[in-house]
Design a protein around this ligand. Structure first.
Ligand code: ZN
Length: 299
């Protein structure tokens, strides 16, 4: 069980971009995994910026370093090698900070985010998470299953993670127009119930607009004993013109997006803490400034 309150780090991809890294488009490249290869020091710097701002947990940077994404983009790199480097970079940042900071090992979706239809069969997903668990074993303080988009994916991640680690955090995604649904179209409440048989420390929601995610949390709260959140630094603004068709629910998210400031984000964080969230951090377009504002709420 959670005994304390944890502050996660800021979004990695958007922060790389803000720091001048030529970040390739996430729908058509290996996205932030490119920085593990090209700019490892920049990743260490971003980890340290988050720690300096008040993060008590940093997550390894291998979110897009998955076997299917690397293969699809014809990268010559291996996900095992990149995940190992990502873990080393996180360890380096913690060491250099001189602080007692936790490392969360990332369990990302095996394929393109928000596309549960592209998830392969069970044994392939299972073996991916088992391999990551072997790399992380004895070197991370928690596992963070991120942006889970279907019950199928969430159950496999939770199953493998809980066999290897005591502290498992599983984060669902609810981006789109309906905060009660995950990208597969399944109900968030069913998803949360489906993993309750595993020994999870906390269930979270990430990578959706801050206002809609607040509604998702109300649902999650009714099922999970511990809840947490890391939202994007944006809110939902209903545009008159709806998208006629889309391939990825993400297009709906961006179509109705309005960026918010770190102060506005902190107002949401205040609500989340009041709702009982034990883990709060930032996803896309959040910066160390957002983390600082969360930390200030706790001081
Ligand atoms: Zn995000």
């Amino acid at each position: 069980m959670l005994s304390d309150f944890y502050i996660l780090d800021c979004g990695l991809g958007s922060e790389l971009k803000r720091k001048g890294f030529d970040l390739p488009d996430w729908t058509n490249s290996i996205w932030s995994a490119q920085a593990i290869i090209d700019e490892p020091d920049l990743i260490v710097e971003i980890h340290k910026d988050s720690i300096e701002a008040g993060s008590t947990v940093i997550t390894t940077s291998n979110y897009y370093a998955t076997p299917l994404i690397l293969k699809d983009k014809q990268s010559k790199f291996d996900y095992k090698e990149l995940s190992e480097i990502a873990l080393t970079l996180a360890e380096k940042a913690v060491k250099q900070s001189g602080k007692d900071i936790m490392i969360a090992g990332c369990f990302p979706p095996i394929n393109v985010s928000f596309r549960p239809d592209l998830t392969p069969n069970k044994s392939e997903v299972e073996s991916f998470y088992e391999t990551l668990a072997e790399i992380y074993k004895g070197r991370v303080d928690a596992i963070l299953c991120e942006t889970m988009a279907s019950i199928f994916e969430g159950e496999i991640a939770a199953d493998v993670a809980s066999q290897y680690f005591k502290k498992v955090w599983l984060s669902w995604n609810t981006r789109g127009l309906d905060p009660s649904l995950i990208p597969s179209g399944e109900e968030l409440i069913q998803a949360a119930k489906s993993v309750s048989k595993f020994n999870l420390d906390c269930q979270l929601i990430n990578c959706a607009h801050a206002d809609l995610i607040t509604e998702s949390l109300e649902i999650l709260k009714s099922v999970a004993s511990n809840i947490g959140v890391y939202a994007n630094s944006s809110i939902h603004t209903l545009r008159e013109k709806q998208l006629e068709s889309y391939e990825n629910i993400s297009e709906v998210h961006y179509h109705h997006q309005t960026e918010i400031s770190s102060d506005e984000y902190a107002e949401f964080a205040k609500k989340w803490i009041a709702m009982g969230c034990k883990i709060v951090g930032g996803c896309c377009t959040t910066t160390p400034e957002h983390i600082k504002k969360i930390a200030e709420l706790r001081s």
